[in-house]
Design a protein around this ligand. Structure first.
Ligand code: SF4
Ligand code: SF4
Length: 271
């Protein structure tokens, strides 16, 4: 995730100015049950959920995406892009705990924890983003919070090793389509803003995958475009593919990019 789509408060407040790091940069860190601060970082935090996070968390919890959104998220507007995002809804307890943290055991959804939790204590920023070429000018930094004792431990990582260990590569690959939409939206001149209806469509595709699935397969959607049969079978069987298909559709609809993948049926009849 990059700071293009993370507000400072969502990202967790860094109390020391971040030093820019590359994938090869090294840092010392280890988090385990023996640290005195165990689970402190899972309270009083703002965590923005990515589309991929919602896909996996709702599956783990055996909930529909609609119910997951209602129970576990708060809707927000990402100011920089003026686009809807969702954050994890914290408990109304003294420490504003994450609903998934337990004092003794830590994270009860550890295998499916959100991307932000995986990256921690690494933050990601971007100097620029070239969505067309799929190139990102990323940099990394450590988020050092005073309560976190993980930096006192002696295990050493490069940023690349940490990313691999935390399993963020696939997540980033999928979420890149979402990031691309945010960056494109942010770059629009004030005279070309998206309508409220368009933003609602964005919300459905990115965060409410079950509703988007119903929209694709139980409305006139598939009669409007020439979508190859194998593509239809693929997105019917695989929610990650459906999500990526949704990103492509939004990109073509909102930003007129990649429209060749969504040729209207009537155009084909003319040719
Ligand atoms: S504050 Fe740091 S060391 Fe402590 S539990 Fe959280 S990540 Fe681990
Ligand atoms: S999802 Fe898990 S790792 Fe993330 S804040 Fe909640 S308990 Fe902690």
């Amino acid at each position: 995730m990059t700071d293009d789509i993370k507000t400072d408060d969502v990202n967790g407040s860094s109390e020391i100015p971040p030093e820019q790091m590359s994938l090869r940069s090294k840092f010392r860190f280890k988090c385990h049950k023996g640290v005195k601060c165990f689970t402190k970082c899972c309270r009083g935090i703002d965590i923005m959920l990515t589309p991929y996070d919602i896909l996996t968390m709702r599956k783990k919890l055996e909930m529909s995406s609609e119910k997951f959104l209602a129970v576990f998220t708060d809707p927000q507007i990402l100011e920089k892009a003026d686009m809807p995002v969702v954050t994890l809804k914290l408990l109304d307890d003294e420490l504003n705990s994450c609903p998934f943290v337990e004092d003794e055991d830590g994270c009860v959804i550890y295998e499916d924890r959100p991307t932000t939790c995986r990256y921690y204590p690494i933050g990601v920023g971007s100097l620029s983003y070239s969505g067309e070429q799929g190139e990102k000018d990323e940099f990394f930094f450590t988020v050092k919070e005073s309560h976190c004792e993980g930096f006192e431990e002696d295990e050493e990582w490069t940023v690349a090793e940490w990313r691999e260990d935390q399993g963020v590569d696939l997540r980033d690959e999928v979420n890149d389509g979402w990031l691309d939409l945010m960056v494109r939206k942010k770059s629009l001149p004030p005279s070309m803003q998206l309508s409220e209806q368009a933003k609602q469509m964005f919300f459905m595709v990115c965060y409410n995958i079950d509703k988007f699935k119903t929209f694709v397969f139980e409305s006139s959607f598939l009669t409007r475009y020439q979508i190859p049969e194998d593509k239809i079978a693929e997105i019917r069987a695989d929610d990650v593919k459906l999500l990526q298909f949704g990103f492509e559709w939004l990109k073509a609809t909102f930003f007129q990019t990649g429209q060749e993948k969504f040729v209207p049926h009537k155009e084909s009849e003319k040719s």
